[in-house]
Unconditional design. Structure first.
Length: 268
């Protein structure tokens, strides 16, 4: 039995493999937005993040998450980066699995820091070859009846070359803007733009290990302030997804893997 000591706590590897790390929770969140167009009332976004396919071989967990996502029959699906940990070639195993994701208005992805650290060109190529667009400092307008959602995707904010100006360059007037940005703590800067209604992030894994009072033991750079869940950052909503995969340790404590179902509703 392998035992790990972290911040004074001894944890058995089997606890993570057979417990929380081997299950996926669906978190349902409503985002109240002022002046939400009628056609977008109830619009549903499902988010997954941080799959880390080459860490600890949790193929069954990834398959469970994908099945859960498709069962929700969302309007769009977004993937918020970190498909691999150390071996970019592992994307060849993951790409056929995420190719089965299906949503009414499409499935879209961005890159995370681990993707940049390994081989972002290869990862983007493999995802796009199975029909999954990877947004790198660009956006795509999604028409819903007579209204438009502008889905904007930044290059990784920590290790890439993010350019918010370029990302929003083709923003249609009056479109509801949703920003995909891997690391959540940059929300303090992005909220100052004033045009973004919702930022969706991952990166933190929720800390993977949380004390009974729900405080994370360890958090990564750029994920220490907004580590999990929903926040309002100077009028812009931010949601940080806890992710699916495991890195750098093979367990989760008080922090299950997450698929997020986000529903847009008009603010009361």
């Amino acid at each position: 039995m392998a035992t790990y000591a972290v911040a004074g706590f001894a944890l058995h590897q089997e606890v993570g493999r057979l417990g929380e790390a081997a299950s996926v929770t669906v978190e349902q969140v409503q985002i109240p937005l002022k002046d939400l167009p009628f056609a977008l009332e109830g619009f549903r976004i499902v988010q997954i993040s941080d799959i880390h396919i080459d860490s600890y071989r949790q193929i069954e967990v990834v398959q469970e998450a994908i099945a859960l996502v498709n069962s929700l029959q969302p309007d769009i699906i977004v993937l918020a980066g970190d498909y691999v940990s150390r071996k970019a070639e592992a994307i060849s195993e993951l790409a056929p699995m995420v190719a089965s994701l299906n949503a009414k208005h499409g499935v879209f992805a961005i890159l995370g820091n681990h993707d940049i650290w390994t081989n972002p060109v290869l990862i983007r190529d493999r995802l796009e070859k199975v029909g999954l667009p990877v947004l790198v400092n660009e956006g795509v307008p999604l028409r819903v009846d007579k209204d438009v959602i502008y889905l904007a995707g930044l290059d990784d904010c920590w290790s890439g070359q993010p350019d918010l100006k370029a990302t929003l360059n083709k923003l249609p007037p009056g479109a509801l803007t949703i920003l995909l940005a891997h690391e959540p703590d940059f929300a303090d800067t992005f909220a100052l733009d004033g045009r973004i209604s919702l930022q969706l992030s991952g990166h933190t894994h929720g800390g993977q290990m949380r004390l009974p009072g729900h405080k994370a033991i360890i958090l990564p750079p750029h994920g220490k302030k907004y580590d999990q869940g929903l926040y309002n950052v100077n009028g812009m909503w931010l949601y940080t997804n806890r992710g699916i995969g495991l890195w750098p340790v093979p367990y989760r404590v008080n922090c299950p893997a997450e698929v997020t179902e986000i529903t847009l509703v008009g603010a009361q």
